[in-house]
Design a protein around this ligand. Structure first.
Ligand code: SAH
Length: 264
C-alpha cells in the first residue's frame, strides 16, 4: 500500500496520529525535503529506506514507489502541510493508477491553519469575512485567467497567499490594483509552527519592505484582510438570544460585547 501523508506545517508533533503510525511502519519514505521537517524522520523504523524528493523528478519518485509497493512494502509519500494544497500528488496518483496500485491519503494540518494559530486569529469573522481565498502569485506555474491576485483582491475576503515570498513588491501592487488600500492590515508568517517561526504584522503597503527588513524570502505565507483588525460581530451560534437545536434562547444572559471588540 502507498500512503500520501500530510506531514503538517513543520512541528514534528503536528502530524496526525494516523500519519505518525504509518511513518513508524513504513518500509520506504519519500519526503519533500525542501519543506518537511527532518525531525519527522525520527519516527521511521530502523532499516526504513528514506529518500528526499527535492532532488527527484516525478518519474524518479514513481520509479522508487512502484517496485516497493509491488513487493508488498508499506510506502509513505510525505508531503508538507496537507497534500491537497499545492502538493502535486494528483499527478503521482494518476501515474500509480496506470500500474494498478492502490493508495490512500492521510490529510495533514496545512500551513495556512498553522499561520492562523501563530497569529492567534480567526479567518472567518462575522461581518468581516466569511471566506478564505487560498492563492498564489503567478510564478513558473501559471495562474488561469480570472484567478490573479488582482481579481481576488476585489472580494475583500481573507486571503492566504502561498508560494509568493519571493515577489512581494509585485504582490502588494496587485493587491492594491484590486482595491486594497496601503494601510489595510496584512501579516507575514515565516515557518509557522517550526521552532524558528516568526510573525510580522504589517499593512498591505509594507509587505515587501517588512519581509526585506527581516530577511524573509521563502517559507512564508502572506495573509491579508480585516480579520487581522479589531472590528467584528460576535457569532450568532453562541449568542444567548439565538436558539439552536442544542439550547434554548435566553436574552437575559447576553453580555454587551466581548472585551476585545472595538467598533469603528
Ligand atoms: N501543502 C502545503 C503547501 C505546499 S506549497 C500546505 O498545506 O501547507 C509550499 C508553500 O507553502 C511555501 O512556499 C510557503 O508559502 C507555504 N508554507 C509551507 N509550510 C509553511 C510554514 N510552516 N509556514 C509558512 N509557510 C509555509
Amino acid at each position: 500500500m502507498i500512503y500520501f501523508i500530510g506531514a503538517g506545517p513543520g512541528a514534528a508533533d503536528l502530524i496526525t496520529v494516523r500519519g505518525k503510525e504509518l511513518l513508524e511502519k513504513a518500509d520506504l519514505i519519500i519526503y519533500a525535503g525542501s519543506l518537511v521537517n527532518p525531525a519527522l524522520l525520527q519516527y521511521a523504523k530502523p532499516g526504513c529506506k528514506i529518500m528526499n524528493s527535492a532532488v527527484m523528478t516525478l518519474e524518479e519518485v514513481i520509479a522508487a514507489m512502484v517496485p516497493a509497493a509491488q513487493r508488498g512494502e508499506l510506502v509513505v509519500r510525505l508531503h508538507t502541510g496537507d497534500p491537497s494544497v499545492y502538493g502535486a500528488h494528483r499527478e503521482q496518483m494518476d501515474m500509480l493508477n496506470s500500474y494498478n496500485l492502490d493508495y490512500e491519503i492521510v490529510p495533514g494540518v496545512s500551513s495556512f491553519c498553522a499561520a492562523a494559530a501563530a497569529l492567534k486569529a480567526e479567518y472567518t469573522l462575522p461581518d468581516v469575512s466569511q471566506s478564505v481565498i487560498i492563492t498564489r502569485m503567478e510564478g513558473r506555474t501559471g495562474v488561469p485567467p480570472k484567478q490573479k491576485i488582482v481579481d481576488y483582491a476585489k472580494h475583500h475576503a481573507t486571503m492566504v497567499i502561498f508560494l509568493s515570498a519571493g515577489m512581494l513588491e509585485k504582490l502588494q501592487k496587485e493587491l492594491m490594483a484590486g482595491g486594497y488600500k496601503a494601510d489595510e492590515p496584512a501579516a507575514i508568517v515565516y515557518k509557522a509552527s517550526w521552532p524558528d517561526q516568526r510573525v510580522f504584522r504589517c499593512t498591505v503597503g509594507t509587505i515587501a519592505e517588512t519581509a526585506a527588513k527581516n530577511n524573509i524570502h521563502n517559507l512564508a505565507l502572506i495573509t491579508v484582510g480585516g480579520f487581522l483588525g479589531s472590528a467584528y460581530e460576535r457569532s450568532e451560534l453562541y449568542n444567548p438570544t439565538f436558539e439552536t437545536g442544542f439550547r434554548k434562547a435566553d436574552a437575559s444572559k447576553l453580555q454587551v460585547k466581548p472585551e476585545t471588540k472595538e467598533t469603528e
